[in-house]
Design a protein around this ligand. Structure first.
Ligand SMILES: *Cc1c(COP(=O)(O)O)cnc(C)c1O
Length: 384
């Protein structure tokens, strides 16, 4: 049996007619860049996020970058985020000329530790970017409380958390603004690159709308310096179709995660993902931890099961970001995640047979790894 980590082809086939029709309509109307399909999707997405407005852009990375620019963040400023994230969070900060200041993540949720934020604040700090990693929101009560007490902006990196909730409120509706990615593999994915910002701050939204279209206040009238970061009409039309199915598909991810949790909770040396008290997790990634990670990854590959690692090297240990001045040991939890994290396929298009197969094979492989103690990570702290 083959179990791909994600199956975009199966997803397309489950909604082929609607998607084909939506693409055709955009072509017929030649609304290729921006336009009515982007406007419609923005409204639908804002409503889905319990937000006033949404601004479609070219990618999640652009969403982060433009939001920081719109908050007037630039050279000389600092922005606090986590060591355990996808690189784009840090890239966006650096693109403004500001300096990323990293903090460690929580050992249970893998999200930002709010208790470390105050210690990272300086007179130059302008914003905090909590990343809702793997589809679970950061502790937004605590993050907002500490950030606002220092007068900092809060920008959610919700690129992995479409539809996730904190105390019954959706990702994207906390903080000053939130950034989403519609990279094809995300819970809500385009058929190419796309992203969006959600916010309740209409002034901020106006500024981001100008920034994404060459800083124009009117056509060819450039009020501020901008860029071309518009969303494609075809992507918007596809996203409108897929947004209608997002909640159902997120629920399927959560069911798959619960199935794995039941099967793996009792395995010694495995830490299954935890849903924090006020969180509704949408399992963009089903990430467990095991000291036998490297063995499991390769043994599962041999059985036809494709897994992933999110992420193998934390930001502060990447060659590209040595100049941030951190070193190994600075963020112990992020480093443990890097050596123990294993993401199993949990996408909504998995069949019950595939789920069973992954469960059996992971249990078998983990058993071998425990018995032989083959883990090359055995020098690391044990996980249970
Ligand atoms: C995917 C992702 C991004 C970047 O989104 P793109 O659309 O690929 O530019 C940023 N942050 C996180 C946490 C992500 O997972």
């Amino acid at each position: 049996m083959r179990v791909p980590y994600s199956d975009l082809y199966a997803e397309y086939h489950s909604m082929k007619q609607d998607i084909d029709c939506a693409i055709q309509k955009v072509i017929e109307s030649t609304a290729f860049s921006g336009g009515p399909y982007v406007d419609a999707f923005e409204q639908e997405f804002a409503a889905h996020c319990d937000c006033e407005t949404a601004i479609g852009v070219g990618s999640g990375t652009e969403a982060l970058w433009l939001t920081l620019l719109a908050k007037d963040i630039g050279p000389g400023d600092e922005v606090i985020t986590v060591a355990n994230t996808f690189v784009a969070t840090v890239e966006a900060i650096l693109m403004t000329g500001a300096k990323p200041v990293l903090v460690d993540v929580d050992e249970r949720t893998y999200n930002i530790r709010p208790d470390l934020i105050a210690g990272a604040v300086t007179s130059r700090t302008k914003a905090v970017i909590p990343v809702h990693l793997y589809g679970q929101m950061a502790d937004m009560d605590a993050v907002c409380e500490v950030a606002y007490s220092y007068g900092l902006a809060v920008i959610e990196d919700a690129c992995q958390a479409h539809g996730a909730e904190w105390r019954g409120r959706r990702a994207g509706s906390f903080g000053n603004a939130a950034c989403f990615s519609f990279y094809p593999g995300k819970n809500l994915g385009a058929y190419g690159e796309a992203g969006a910002i959600t916010t309740n701050d209409m002034e901020l939204a106006d500024k981001i709308r100008q920034l994404r279209s060459h800083g124009q206040s009117r056509r060819y009238i450039h009020a501020i310096k901008g860029w071309n970061a518009r969303m494609d009409g075809i992507q918007a039309a596809i996203l409108s179709i897929k947004l209608k199915r997002l909640d159902i598909r997120n629920a399927a991810r959560a069911r798959n995660a619960a199935f794995y949790n039941d099967a793996f909770n009792q395995l010694k040396g495995v830490i299954t993902p935890i849903q924090a008290k006020h969180a509704m997790h949408v399992y963009h990634v089903y990430c467990l931890r095991t000291t036998g990670r490297d063995y499991a990854l390769s043994a599962l590959k041999e059985t036809g099961i494709e897994c992933a690692i999110h992420y193998p090297v934390p930001i502060h240990m990447q060659d590209a970001y040595r100049d941030l001045g951190y070193s190994e040991g600075d963020f112990p939890t992020a480093e443990i995640c890097a050596s123990q994290a294993l993401s199993l396929p949990a996408h909504p298009d998995l069949t019950p047979e595939q789920m069973m197969y992954v469960t059996e094979q992971f249990t078998r492989v983990h058993g071998i790894s425990e018995r032989r103690n083959v883990s090359i990570n055995s020098h690391l702290p044990t996980v249970k």
